[in-house]
Design a binder for this molecule. Structure first.
Ligand code: UDP
Length: 481
């Protein structure tokens, strides 16, 4: 590109780890291609970003100069939240959700100031910042939306906005809801969907974000063409939207050699990895539900029972907000853990990429958060799916029915209060683990498909791969503007 000025892209992720991490990873991908990247965020969230950026630099050391990624730290707006409460996991949603979303609106002032003071060629901002499409337009800067999910989930969600199939379905929570107009027959249960009438504000918000995404220059996805080709086609050709698929982004900063014990977040990480070293290939189930999902004590008890019943070894990351062990551990489980052979329970941050890519891990019990799902896909690890809310039920559909690299535990109850959730029995959990990690022919086929998909995921990001090319195409297009 010779004398040309480098492209400058501003990344502005929503304030939760599941959006901050992929944004930092994405910035690392673009920075590695010569783009000058800035990530705009608030003081506490800057910590998460800094870790990811440091890892990305570590990963590229020796081959290139330090990646050009700046972090623009702006104050979290004063809306009366306790100091330090700046992200979704730190939030008491029922009490303070409204305040938090007011702060999200107020961030516009800092965003505007940044664009006034810094030449910027494009903004990649989170779908949750729907106002950023207009704010960017006022500065003459194209806005690319980042929703952090699959195109499949995106297409499903779009379909609900256009057709509202939930309202047409019978009232029964188990009633099937057919999503029309998609490349496959996609049938959900009513209890797995957002209810427009019961949650009108939630629904209106959903519609508003969707409209803002449509008015944007286009959308970038943490996905890759080979994963969901029909949905890329559906989205771009049928719906006429513009999409660039640049994933899986997780390899950018989560360099497998450097991520883990030294990140200061995982006191147990080292021990966990050494423990995995002692286990045969494919023998261990990794169990984790991301940064936001909480489980009730009865659910945790049944899950513990299920892990025991499965006969498989396990590493289980119990959520920081979940109840104390004494409130849910079934009889004998503490003793089983104390023996140290069958399983480990970790509290706090686990080095997920290292664990998933460890040869000993043969299955992932997951809530189907999109980052976790794609990390499992990239690692070639089949899944036991246990979605809780949001896009997770769609991601489960993709994993279990379209890609056929997972088995569900039969989760329903979109957005139910924790206490109201149906408790899934330990025997059901154990059976699902067996259907993914066991000796049966079906399980072997699932594992083989997962392995093949993992290879495709890795190739997508390599030079000449589909995601590598999409990054280049987007850069060329922005450059030409
Ligand atoms: N993660 C991790 N260690 C943990 C918990 C989460 O590394 O102990 C990472 C995980 O690898 C993923 C992200 O945090 O990149 C969680 O995002 P996801 O979309 O899976 O779920 P969410 O937390 O947003 O529900």
């Amino acid at each position: 590109k010779g004398e040309q000025q480098p492209l400058r892209i501003l990344f502005f992720p929503f304030l939760t780890p599941g959006h901050l991490i992929p944004a930092a990873d994405m910035a690392a991908l673009f920075a590695a291609r010569g783009v000058k990247c800035t990530i705009l965020t608030t003081p506490v969230n800057a910590g998460v970003i800094r870790l990811a950026v440091d890892r990305a630099n570590e990963a590229s050391r020796g081959t290139e100069d330090a990646l050009s990624i700046d972090i623009a730290v702006v104050p979290f707006p004063d809306v009366g939240l306790p100091p330090g409460v700046e992200s979704v996991p730190a939030l008491n949603f029922d009490a303070d959700g409204d305040k938090f979303f007011r702060a999200i609106q107020l961030l516009r002032e800092s965003f505007d100031r940044f664009l006034t003071q810094n030449r910027t060629d494009a903004v990649v901002s989170d779908s949750f910042f729907d106002w950023s499409v207009d704010a960017a337009a006022e500065h003459g800067v194209p806005r690319l939306a980042f929703l952090g999910t699959s195109l499949f989930a995106r297409a499903c969600s779009d379909c609900t906005v256009r057709h509202n199939p939930v309202e047409a379905a019978p009232e029964d929570p188990d009633a099937p809801v057919l999503l029309p107009g998609l490349p496959h027959r996609v049938e959900m249960r009513r209890s797995q969907m957002m209810e427009p009438k019961k949650r009108p504000e939630h629904w209106a918000f959903h519609q508003r974000l969707n409209a803002a995404d449509q008015r944007s220059y286009g959308e970038v996805f943490n996905s890759f063409h080979e994963l969901e080709p029909e949905y890329v086609d559906h989205y771009t050709t049928t719906l006429g939207r513009r999409a660039w698929l640049v994933g899986p982004v997780a390899f950018a900063s989560k360099d497998l050699a450097t991520r883990g014990a030294d990140d200061g977040l995982s006191p147990d990480a080292d021990g966990c990895l050494r423990w995995l070293d002692t286990k045969p290939a494919g023998s261990v189930a990794y169990v984790s539900f991301g940064t936001l999902s909480r489980f009730s004590p009865p659910e945790l008890r049944e899950l513990a029972r299920g892990l025991d019943l499965s006969g498989k070894d396990f590493v289980w990351v119990v959520g920081g907000a979940d109840a104390e062990e004494s409130e849910w551990m079934p009889d004998g489980f503490a003793e089983l853990l104390a023996r140290g052979e069958r399983g480990l329970v970790i509290r706090g941050w686990a080095p997920q990429m290292l664990i998933l890519n460890h040869a000993a891990v043969g299955g992932f019990v997951t809530h189907c958060g999109w980052n976790s799902t794609l990390e499992a896909v990239s690692a070639g690890v089949p899944m036991v799916t246990w979605p809780r809310y949001a896009d997770q039920f769609y991601n489960e559909k993709l994993v279990v029915e379209l890609l056929k690299v997972g088995v569900g535990v039969g989760s329903t109850d979109y957005a139910s209060k924790l206490e109201a959730r149906r408790v899934i029995g330990g025997d059901v959990v154990a059976e699902a683990i067996g259907r993914v990690m066991g000796d049966g022919e079906g399980a072997e086929a699932i594992r083989e498909r997962a392995r093949v998909l993992g290879e495709k995921a890795r190739s997508a990001g390599e030079k000449g791969g589909s995601s590598y090319d999409d990054v280049g195409r987007l850069m060329d297009e922005l450059m030409a503007r």
